[in-house]
Design a binder for this molecule. Structure first.
Ligand code: BGC
Ligand code: BGC
Length: 867
């Protein structure tokens, strides 16, 4: 682009920017010191593994005792292994980034398929396709022609609510619903059924149960957690591990899989429910709340533990020897293996995906290395052992653990995956007896929150309208981790054998001989004949992990689509039964007020028939089942009650932990619940964008690349941290390209900034530019969808003295008005320019405490400048 042409458009932008009067003050003095809010005592996380572990951490009495014969075999094998073979045992690649030929060459100890990753990248891969890949990988692993090793590999998968990557599998309710059922025996049956379906496909190992105790319901993984209450999680962990692995004679027999308790430790207790965030619990709480699932699951013999992405007091667990070694292995006596999470080692300070001796030294036994970086990671790890950065004893310990688990699982004796007893018994996938267990689980997981005038159970002899976009939507009722990782992009046809909630209602009525012509279905609530009652099924759309993080619990914020539907029905005098699908408790006071009955149905999975089981009387008026589900999470009375846990001080939920009506119980909720709340009361803490999870990244030809070191240099950009006022409090970026420079501070998952927006927060920083020519520097944000709400920074800086620091504070509304999708921000700070220049910045934060003089962009015209 020619300079003068650009000048013109810049001039136009300037005019706009002036009307915005974004606060900009040139100051000679230093920017004020960073807030000191996070001064806390140095926690145990910084202790070395040699330091004393408090007495409350128990020595676990596990049902799997050390076995002399197995230990001897471990040592004999180890004695024959080369360093290369040992390190290969410690690398776990993903099926999308290796072939059986790689397996033959390297002999990996294990491999995985990630969520929504299938053999041949085919979503509709058949059980035979899964077995065939398992068999090829296994044969390649025991083939010693290239790597000299005959140690069998093992395949791990996320069967987190049934064998959820496989078409046709039984999908059980997600953990949050199972928690409401509070029935450990049922959980054990679910685990047994899951193990069988997994064994049909030749897979040895599953990454479940998640034993997180979710304490802040903003967390996108709340639904993977059975309860806010550690006692339920502990009891369930025992039951599920028993069901998956078996016990006694049947331990890891032909219909069993290796279990993983995950994610160690404190994943459910991060600040603001931030996925992969920082847990600031005291060590006592870490034990009494977050570790109870390990006390349960490891005692029941779980052979593997997955390290968590989260930090404890600022230190990533993947690099924490105190947690992984001193507590887990030494004190609790865990003798199985610790596997990492998805490139989780790469997030440890000083590490990258392809290099992390810190993790191994901290006690990680297997790197989960799902991307192409498995190869440099393998070579770097070998070199680090040779250079003495990783002690050989640590490698031997890790490999001993891996071999011990394989020997206990009988992998050296079992034939290849294709020849195992359950292999290929495809009738077990989605088998009727498994679906019956799932349907029972659905029934037991439903929690009846409201039942005005005893409207439930419904009589079948009436005109019924079924409405809501969740009524005939198996993907939505199944949630995340359902065929695809996020649970999105599926059709009902992707769930053969499953039953939608609508179908369940139709089947129920048909089975009881009721007249189906009295039933109408319209997702948007239209009808031909005025119904006697409407059943409206609605709720959250599917999500997984950090993509589900939100910043308050209001349902359908800024878009009350379903509330409007309920209101329309009510206004027409139609009683409404709401069936609410969600991965967490949500603030639904307005929706509750419009409902005569309200059922929290969580994410029930493929057996939608379990819902109709509880909504209707039989045709003869009798009752087959009653509600028995009880809240395993406290239900909020405000969107801001996000960290709402029974036993806490000032506990004032709408409905308490343990609540759940039966048909006989007196209704408690009226139609007059408070529908307003003080959004400004949302105590937003300042977010320092230099701290994790925020991280620097830049765009180069083939996409956005994360910068994981303090100094980075390539042909397009140089990035470095430096000391301005305090140690490493500033960043310097040099853009080297003439055109297309892009640097950003981003998160791995998109972030919900609506709370900051509502609190009139701003993005603030101090900045200094050098060597800029006449091409402007833009400040923008990057959203999940295409957006570029750019502000011309050069224009704001134009009157500043050269090479001086400027404090800038920009109202977030300036970005939302320019089209930023504030609930899905990936990068809240994006610098772009066509110029070669150096930019320094410091004190980058989102802050609700604004200085006088910063102005809003409320009246500004929307501009969307593409740089
Ligand atoms: C999740 C784990 C999962 C792994 C493999 C990670 O992102 O945190 O729970 O087991 O991926 O899919
Ligand atoms: C995988 C998931 C994994 C996630 C981690 C996805 O691509 O399919 O299994 O948990 O990445 O970011």
């Amino acid at each position: 682009m020619k300079k003068n042409k650009l000048h013109n458009s810049v001039a136009k932008l300037c005019a706009l920017a002036v009307t915005t009067s974004i606060a900009l003050c040139a100051c000679d003095n230093e920017p004020s010191a960073l807030s000191q809010s996070s001064a806390h005592i140095q926690p145990a996380a910084d202790r070395s593994s040699a330091q004393r572990v408090p007495d409350y951490w128990p020595r676990l009495q596990t049902i799997i005792k050390p076995d002399g014969e197995i230990e001897k075999r471990v040592q004999d094998l180890l004695a024959t292994m080369t360093l290369e073979q040992k390190v290969a045992q410690m690398i776990q690649p993903e099926i999308g980034s290796i072939t059986p030929a790689d397996m033959r060459q390297y002999g990996f100890g294990s491999y995985l398929n990630g969520g929504g990753s299938f053999p041949n990248r085919n979503k509709h891969a058949t059980a035979d396709d899964w077995i065939s890949l398992a068999e090829q990988m296994y044969q390649a692993s025991i083939d010693d022609s290239l790597d000299g090793s005959t140690i069998p590999t093992m395949w791990g998968t996320d069967a987190v609510h049934g064998h959820n990557n496989v078409i046709g599998a039984t999908l059980f309710p997600h953990n949050i619903g199972l928690g409401a059922a509070n029935n450990p025996e049922l959980i054990e049956k679910i685990a047994q059924a899951t193990a069988k379906e997994v064994m049909v496909t030749g897979i040895d190992w599953i990454f479940a149960p998640t034993v997180a105790v979710a304490r802040d319901d903003r967390w996108g993984r709340t639904y993977e957690s059975y309860s806010e209450d550690p006692a339920i999680v502990k009891a369930y962990s025992v039951a599920i591990v028993k069901g998956l692995q078996g016990q006694g004679e049947g331990f890891l027999g032909d219909d069993k899989v290796i279990a993983t308790v995950k994610h160690f430790l404190g994943d459910g207790g991060t600040e603001k429910g931030d996925d992969q965030g920082d847990n600031l619990a005291s060590e006592a709480d870490l034990f009494h709340i977050h570790a109870q699932g390990y006390v349960g699951g490891l005692s029941a013999g779980a052979q593997t533990v997955m390290a968590s992405f989260n930090s404890w007091h600022g230190k990533k667990n993947h690099g924490n020897p105190y947690l992984l070694t001193a507590i887990l292995k030494e004190r609790m006596g865990f003798d199985g293996l610790v596997v990492g999470d998805w490139n989780g080692h790469g997030q440890v300070k000083g590490c990258q995906n392809d290099s992390c001796p810190q993790s191994i030294n901290a006690g990680l036994d297997i790197f989960m290395a799902p991307t192409e970086t498995w190869k440099p990671l393998y070579h770097n790890t070998i070199a680090q052992v040779q250079a003495g950065q990783i002690p050989m004893a640590r490698i031997d310990d890790a490999v001993s653990r891996i071999l011990r688990v394989k020997l206990r699982a009988g992998l050296f004796e079992k034939p290849g995956p294709a020849k195992r007893p359950l292999s290929g018994k495809t009738s077990l996938i989605g088998a009727a007896e498994h679906r019956a267990i799932a349907r029972q689980a659905v029934r037991e997981s439903l929690v009846l929150l409201k039942n005005k005038n005893g409207i439930l159970p419904l009589s079948q002899q009436q005109k019924i309208l079924v409405a809501g976009d969740g009524a005939d939507n198996i993907g939505q009722q199944s949630g995340g981790w359902s065929i695809t990782w996020q649970g999105t992009g599926n059709q009902n046809a992707d769930f053969p054998g499953a039953t939608s909630i609508l179908q369940g209602i139709q089947d129920k009525l048909a089975a009881d001989g009721s007249d189906l012509s009295d039933l109408e279905y319209h997702p948007d609530g239209q009808y031909q004949q005025k119904p006697d009652v409407a059943i409206v099924v609605f709720g959250e759309a599917p999500y997984a992990e950090g993509n589900g993080d939100i910043d308050n619990l209001e349902f359908q914020r800024n878009n009350k689509k379903d509330l409007n539907l309920l209101k329309r029905l009510k206004a027409n005098g139609i009683p409404v039964v709401s069936v609410f699908l969600s991965g967490r408790p949500m603030w639904v006071n307005p929706e509750l007020n419009q409902s005569d009955a309200f059922v929290a149905a969580w994410l029930p999975g493929t057996e939608g028939a379990g819902i109709a089981d509880l909504l209707f009387r039989r045709a003869d008026g009798q009752i087959d089942f009653d509600f028995s589900g009880k809240l395993s999470y406290s239900w909020p009375d405000s969107p801001l009650q996000t960290r709402l846990n029974h036993g806490d001080e000032h506990y004032a939920p709408l409905l308490p932990f343990g609540f759940g009506l039966t048909y006989q119980d007196e209704n408690r909720l009226g139609d007059d619940l408070t529908e307003t709340f003080n959004a400004a009361a949302n105590q937003l803490t300042e977010a320092n964008l230099f701290n994790a999870p925020w991280r620097p990244a830049f765009k180069s030809g083939d996409g956005v690349k994360v910068i994981s070191s303090r100094f980075f240099d390539d042909s397009s950009i140089t990035y470095t941290t430096f000391d301005k006022a305090t140690q490493e409090d500033a960043r310097r970026v040099t853009f080297k390209n003439q055109g297309g420079n892009h640097f950003e501070i981003q998160e791995a998952f998109s972030l919900d900034l609506r709370g900051y927006l509502a609190a009139n927060a701003s993005l603030s920083f101090a900045i200094k530019t050098e060597g800029a020519d006449e091409l402007p520097l833009y400040l923008s944000m990057r959203c999940e969808s295409d957006c570029n709400p750019a502000i011309n920074l050069s224009e704001l800086l134009k009157d500043a003295a050269p090479n001086s620091w400027q404090n800038i504070e920009i109202d977030l509304s300036c970005f939302s008005h320019r089209g930023a999708q504030m609930d899905k921000i990936i990068a809240p700070f994006v610098l772009t320019t066509d110029a070669r220049m150096t930019v320094e910045f410091t004190q980058l934060k989102l802050t609700a405490a604004r200085s006088p003089g910063s102005m809003s962009c409320a009246s500004e015209t929307v501009i969307n400048h593409k740089s």
